[in-house]
Structures are given as C-alpha cells and as structure tokens.
Write a protein that binds this ligand. Structure first.
Ligand code: SF4
Length: 268
C-alpha cells in the first residue's frame, strides 16, 4: 500500500496544503519534524491545525538534538552555506519515519515560486506539488487559510518564516522582534554565539548567526532597523493604495531586505 504523507513546517504554505488536501486525500498522514527549537507560536499553530484536520500530526524528533549535532560539527553554527541542521533535524527523522514504505510526499511549493522543495534521495519517496499543478499562488494560500478559519501563524505579526527561533535565515527586523517578543529565546541565541566565540579556534568557523555581526551588535542598531522597516512598510502600503493584506506587506518588505531562498525543508 502506498502511503500519502504531508510534512508541516509550521509555515503557511504547508499548512494551507494540508487544508487543501484534507478531503482530496482522506488517508493522508501528517508529520512535523520538531527540532525542539521552534517558536511557541509554531507549536500552538500545529495544535490548531491538528484540530482542524481531525487527525493527529506525528511529531518526529531527531535521535540527537541540535546541541549534539553542533558538537559533531565542531561547534560550528549552521549557516546557509553549511546547513548541517536541516539534514540531521528535519530530513533524517522524516526518512526514518517513512522507512522502506512506498510513499507520495505532498509538498507545499506554490505555482508562483521558483524552487523545488525538499526532494528525498530515497527512491521509495515520490514528491508531488499540488499547488504548482493547480496554479495556487500566494494570495490563494492566504484565502485557503482564512476560509478554513485557521488563519496565519501568530508569528506572522513579526516574522514570515517558520523554523527554529535562532534560524540564520531570519532578517534583521525579525531578530529585533525576537528580542522584543521572546527575550528569553533571543538570549539563548546570544548564548550560542558567546559559546562558539569562546570555544572556536579555527578562523573559518561561523561565529555569529547573521554571519556579519553578533546579535548584541545587531540589537544596538535596533532603532535604526525598526525605522528602516517602518519606512518600507509605509512605502509598500502607498504603492498598494493601502489595500494590501498586512501579512503580504510584511513578506514583501522582509524579502526586500534579504530574499535569499529559505530552507526547502523548514520554510514551506
Ligand atoms: S529552521 Fe533554520 S536553523 Fe532550524 S533546522 Fe531549519 S535551516 Fe536549520
């Protein structure tokens, strides 16, 4: 028997896909790879989604946690170039969960995106992209979530990418907001940097999450970052005649700061 599986990242697109596929594939199995470092808003959203879907979402944990893999990687912080976290914390747990079963993996990449999504190298896992096939775009995703009553994850008030609270794919404004809304988590992210800085000896190591400055230095520029962000929001609203949904304004503004394609496994 072929299994139908859909991975939730805690992000809007995979969540909208789960809602979209609910009645189309009734025997769908849902899973969430929990790094143990997710935002509280993400756990809350996954619970709400579980209620809406009417079936459990399997929480998959890596056999070893982030700190273990950081130790294996000689104390190196993960980065876009050296992304040791995704294979160990997201991909391996998924592949172990599927095992040798034949499976169709439903991926929430949209028709208006130019990325592939995570494709398992395992031959028994076949990826499919219903949103691409059906021409579903970002606005459609917003509508699917709104119509279902689920809405967006709460972190969408300040951040647009799901994943770990310290994810290096965060933009400057998102770091500032992490410090405002979750000072304890921001401090933990700072602690990682301090630990790496203290223990590192090799010059090629990544010492900071941003790759440019420490989080403490970034936070010293808080006023400047917020002001720049607010100005961009104002500009966005004026070009859209104040008629755009705020979540899409936030996405556009943050992407204009840094549109590095986010992680294919974590940010869907
Ligand atoms: S969310 Fe970011 S830090 Fe976490 S596993 Fe994914 S890429 Fe790594």
């Amino acid at each position: 028997m072929v299994r139908h599986v859909l991975g939730l990242s805690g992000g809007k697109d995979s969540s909208a896909l789960a809602v979209y596929m609910k009645d189309r594939v009734p025997d769908m199995e849902y899973y969430f790879c929990d790094t143990g470092k997710e935002l509280p808003e993400t756990y809350e959203y996954i619970k709400k989604l579980e209620i809406l879907l009417g079936k459990p979402i399997d929480m998959l944990n890596a056999d070893r946690d982030f700190d273990h893999w950081m130790w294996v990687n000689k104390g190196l912080l993960p980065s876009a170039q050296l992304r040791w976290c995704t294979p160990n914390l997201k991909i391996k747990p998924f592949e172990m969960w599927v095992g040798e079963d034949e499976a169709i993996s439903y991926i929430g990449i949209r028709a208006d995106e130019n990325r592939e999504g995570y494709i398992s190298s395992k031959k028994n896992i076949k990826p499919v992209y219903p949103f691409k096939e059906d021409g579903i775009t970002r606005d459609d995703v917003f509508k699917i979530l709104e119509d279902s009553g689920l809405g967006l994850p709460k972190y969408y008030e300040w951040r647009t990418r799901s994943g770990c609270y310290f994810c290096f794919f965060q933009r400057q404004y998102e770091w500032v907001q992490l410090a405002e809304r979750h000072p304890d988590l921001f401090q933990k992210a700072v602690d990682y940097e301090n630990k790496v800085g203290f223990e590192s000896t090799a010059s090629e190591k990544q010492f900071t999450w941003t790759g440019k400055e420490t989080l403490t230095e970034l936070l010293e520029r808080k006023e400047e970052i917020i002001e720049k962000h607010n100005q961009k929001v104002k500009n966005q609203l004026s070009v859209s005649n104040n008629n755009t949904n705020l979540a899409s304004v936030l996405e556009n503004v943050l992407d204009s700061d840094d549109d590095t394609p986010p992680c294919l496994a974590c940010h869907v």
